[in-house]
Every structure is written in C-alpha cells, then in structure tokens.
Design a protein around this ligand. Structure first.
Ligand code: DX5
Length: 217
C-alpha cells in the first residue's frame, strides 16, 4: 500500500511562497494541496489561480486544488491552466456533481470529490467512475490547526471499501499529525494531507514528512 504525504500550503508563509514550495519538494512530499477558499462555502478566503500559477514553474511536484468554494464550476478551467493536475470539488457545493467531475476529466484533469464531516459516503456512490480520489475531511473545512475528528473512522472505512472496489484513492484532510495519522491509516486512509504538523518546524520538515510516512505504514 503506497502512503502519500500531501502538505496543505495553508500554514505556509505567503510572503515567500516560492521558497516554501521548494522546501516542500526538498522534504520529499508526494504532491502539494492548495486550499482554495472563497469566504462563502467556508468562512475564510485564500488564494486564486494566479497565485498557484506563479509558483508552478518552481517545482515539478504535482498540484491538487481543493476547492472549498460555493460554485466550483465558475473558475474550473483556470485551476487546470494554473498547473493543478487534480481538482477536488466538494460534493456539498457542486450543484451537478456528476457533470462537474466529468468536465474536469474532459479538460484533462484528475477529479476528486471532498466530503465534509456530516456528508455520508453514499454521496459519491454514483460518481466513483468519474473520480480518481475521494477526500474525507477530518475537520470542518476553513482553517488549519484544528483537532482531528476521530468520529470519522467509520466513514473512512466505508470510503476505503468504495474506492478499493474501483481502484481509486482515499485521502484524509484535517488534523493529521504524528498523534492521529495511525488511526486514520488503520481506518483505511492511504493519502494524508497535513498542514500545521509539517510547518511546525521548517528546519525539520523532511524528518516530519518521513515520520508521518513511517507512522502511516
Ligand atoms: C482545512 C483545510 C486543511 C487544513 C489542514 O479547511 O482543508 O487542508 O489546512 O491543515 P491541518 O493539517 O493544520 O489541519
């Protein structure tokens, strides 16, 4: 089972984002997650596609855009044009999830669907043929540094069953740290998005990535 460590750039120092993404590449992460927030779907506002495009040339790491936005169709092509090979939309935000996921794939992207803590796995049952990734939120989206929700374990297990049947991936996102990654992994997660746990000590970020990878195995 391949374990993937995917940093969220939410805790990064946005005044030196280029250096931060280079640091992450050097630290041996598998790809980078851009937490896109519009201030409507979640009570926070972060970056647009131009910010992502500005650092795209600096690293070869794959980028995934996690769209915590009320209308994911609105700027869809721009996340792909900015260099995000994967676009993850929230099941709760997409008015026509099946069509949006198909649109991402028709434009050459990999498609992911994110589930907020209260959203059941059944929300993805009829679109599994269109997704490459199911992102299980283990916090309520909007901010980094929140506590991991252990109550998501049963949901992770169910989503793992669903993705195993179709060869897709399952990623967990929120509150992932050395203290919580073991239970997330035991529940069936294979890819782990972490923000504050990785940026806590930039001088040792490589060691923290390796530690999370070891604890997830
Ligand atoms: C929350 C974001 C998460 C978060 C992860 O809305 O989607 O990616 O930034 O940060 P930590 O690891 O600090 O919970």
């Amino acid at each position: 089972m391949t374990t993937r460590i995917v940093p969220s750039v939410l805790p990064a120092d946005f005044s030196r984002l280029g250096e931060e993404v280079r640091l992450l590449e050097k630290a041996g992460v598998d790809r980078i997650q851009w937490d896109v927030m519009d201030g409507r779907f979640v009570p926070n506002l972060t970056m647009g596609p131009d910010v992502i495009a500005s650092v795209r040339p600096l690293v070869t790491l794959p980028f995934e855009a996690h769209l915590m936005v009320a209308d994911p169709d609105r700027l869809l092509p721009r996340w792909l044009d900015a260099g995000c090979g994967m676009v993850i939309v929230h099941a709760e935000a997409a008015g026509h999830l099946h069509r949006t996921l198909g649109d991402i794939r028709e434009r050459g992207g990999s498609a992911g669907v994110a589930l907020n803590p209260a959203t059941p796995p059944s929300a993805v049952e009829h679109v599994l043929d269109l997704v490459d990734l199911v992102l299980v939120m283990t916090v309520n989206p909007g901010f980094g540094g929140q506590r991991y929700l252990p109550s998501m374990a049963a949901k992770i297990r169910r989503v793992r069953e669903l993705v195993d049947a179709t060869g897709r991936d399952i990623e967990v996102d929120g509150g992932i740290s050395p203290d919580t990654i073991g239970s997330a992994s035991a529940a069936g997660a294979r890819t782990f998005c972490a923000g504050s746990a990785l940026f806590a000590d930039r001088d040792a970020i490589g060691e923290r990535v390796a530690e999370l990878r070891r604890l997830a195995a």
